[in-house]
Write a protein that binds this ligand. Sequence first.
Ligand SMILES: NC(=O)c1ccc[n+]([C@@H]2O[C@H](COP(=O)([O-])OP(=O)(O)OC[C@H]3O[C@@H](n4cnc5c(N)ncnc54)[C@H](O)[C@@H]3O)[C@@H](O)[C@H]2O)c1
Length: 248
Amino acid sequence: MPGRLEGKVAIVTGGGGGFGKGIAQKFVEEGAKVIIADFVEEVGKKSAEELGCEFHRTDVSKREDWESIKKFVDEKFGRLDVVINNAGTTYRNKPTNDVTDEDFDKVFAVNVKAIYYSANVLVPYIQDKKNQASFVTIASTAGIRPRPGLTWYNASKAAVINASRTMGVEYAKDKIRFNTVCPVVGLGTGLSDFFLGKPENEKTFLATVPMGRGCTPKDVANTCAFLASDEAEFLTGVDIPVDGGRCV
Ligand SMILES: NC(=O)c1ccc[n+]([C@@H]2O[C@H](COP(=O)([O-])OP(=O)(O)OC[C@H]3O[C@@H](n4cnc5c(N)ncnc54)[C@H](O)[C@@H]3O)[C@@H](O)[C@H]2O)c1
């Protein structure tokens, strides 16, 4: 039986590790041709070799890197069906008075401006090709149900949830869909410790998740696979919490 993403060409940003690697793995299993776009060459290349997919060094906060991956995808595959905007960053949970300009600028460059670049560079390309496509941004429960100590991270995720909904409506006529996946804190990925602040906060936080655990790369990957597949052809502008009931 063909995979649910058979023949689709998919970019997965931040696919070198964490949730992104889980998404790349699931997409390969479902038959997609995957390009891992990560700015850490060593990690991204290693994951791509392991999973049997492509790697293109990309810093998502730079327009020229989006132009470069567009060229790479066009020369290699001649089409693009899915963009998973997963790469993200944060500062360590701390009082909002202690946030620096550098913290703020980094969070907005990687979590927000990169999503703008992805659409600004790739939507016209997809419109020219006239194929249906799906953008999925990994936002966070932080963008729906914010917690103290992460004000500007929370705001960056709320911004992309809103932008994704807006573009979902605007590009519906082109059948280019925009959705977000909103995970609760994951355990063991690169950013998890930064969200929790201190390792001893893990138990207290997990007690607030009705299903009693953190989010895994598999949870995120399965949701992305559905949203990227034709099974979700009538879904646009939605935000799916992957959170064991935390946001209810
Ligand atoms: N881990 C969590 O608890 C959690 C919870 C909710 C949402 N999220 C979101 O999920 C996404 C992935 O988080 P994770 O914990 O798996 O992260 P991670 O740090 O484990 O992996 C992120 C990957 O993105 C890459 N990356 C970072 N900045 C980049 C840039 N500028 N250009 C290209 N690649 C870049 C890193 O090299 C890394 O391979 C992020 O958007 C994050 O905000 C994470």
